[in-house]
Design a protein. Structure first.
Length: 282
């Protein structure tokens, strides 16, 4: 196991012990990028691979920081695949079609690409396949602030309780900082998640560029205060608003402009060599 995995696992185990009275605990962190399995029930799973090596290499590191996870049937979100259970192996578009999946695919691709120094047009990614193929190779960090699953909707008052617990919030802060992401996409929470990162995770002043973008020049960290990916309406509007405000910042920041260029070069040279197997379990 890699050093980052071991440190994250240590923090997760401490957080699980701290919250054991709250019920089921779901692990998170750097999503696995090893082989993909499908069992006899036609359910998908991702195995641990070289995701930490890729994370250390990738020029633009992105973390999706969520409120919580709702599925108690998955003890570790690092194994998720975004593939739809129950489909055949020869389906050429195996990804889920829900808003949550689509928005994550759109946003990740948009944040790491430009076309003629502008956003990738929504029309070029709307069928999602190009984004899905990219997602399966990109080493994405995904963390839940509350790691004990609840219902389909988490009230912000509950999130405030978790943020208000000194030891738990300290370990969550350490987990976030351990990954050292360039971009932290704070998904939902009406600004609560963004405030936690901005006020409690990093030293230095934050410059609010617009209603979406906050930048810390001391640490070279970009925080995006976004909607939750499960937002079901106006996917094109949401994608274009996010990218418009993001690229407004990027055009003023040479470091991040270069990171996107380097990320596209990295994809062109490194991604074709990345491979994984689909394993059908008997």
């Amino acid at each position: 196991m890699g050093e980052l995995f071991d440190k994250n696992e240590e923090l997760l185990n401490k957080m699980a012990q701290l919250t054991k009275e709250k019920g089921y605990f779901v692990k998170d962190g750097l999503l696995y990028r090893g082989d993909i399995t499908i069992n006899h029930n036609r359910c998908w799973n991702r195995l641990k691979g070289n995701e930490e090596e890729l994370w250390n290499e990738v020029p633009l590191k992105i973390m999706f920081l969520m409120k919580d996870f709702t599925n108690e049937d998955m003890p570790d979100i690092r194994t998720e695949t975004m593939r739809k259970n129950g489909i055949s192996l020869d389906d050429n578009a195996p990804y889920k079609r829900d808003a949550f999946t689509k928005n994550i695919l759109y946003w990740l691709y948009g944040l790491t690409h430009m076309k003629d120094a502008d956003m990738i047009p929504f029309s070029e990614i709307e069928d999602e396949r190009v984004c899905f193929n990219y997602y399966e190779k990109y080493p994405l960090a995904r963390i839940n602030c509350k790691k004990n699953p609840g219902g389909s909707r988490l009230d912000n008052s509950v999130l405030k309780i978790y943020f208000g617990e000194p030891l738990y919030s300290y370990m969550l802060r350490e987990q976030i900082k351990e990954f050292d992401a360039d971009i932290i996409l704070c998904c939902g929470g009406n600004g609560l998640i963004k405030d936690f990162v901005v006020n409690r995770c990093y030293d230095g002043d934050w410059d609010k560029k617009n209603n979406w973008i906050y930048y810390n020049s001391r640490n070279c960290k970009l925080v995006i205060d976004s909607y939750h990916p499960s937002y079901t309406r106006k996917k094109q509007w949401l994608y274009e608003e996010l990218m418009k405000n993001y690229l407004e910042f990027v055009h003023e920041n040479e470091l991040f402009y270069k990171k996107i260029e380097q990320m596209m070069e990295y994809e062109e040279t490194r991604f074709p060599a990345l491979s994984y197997s689909i394993i059908e379990e008997k």
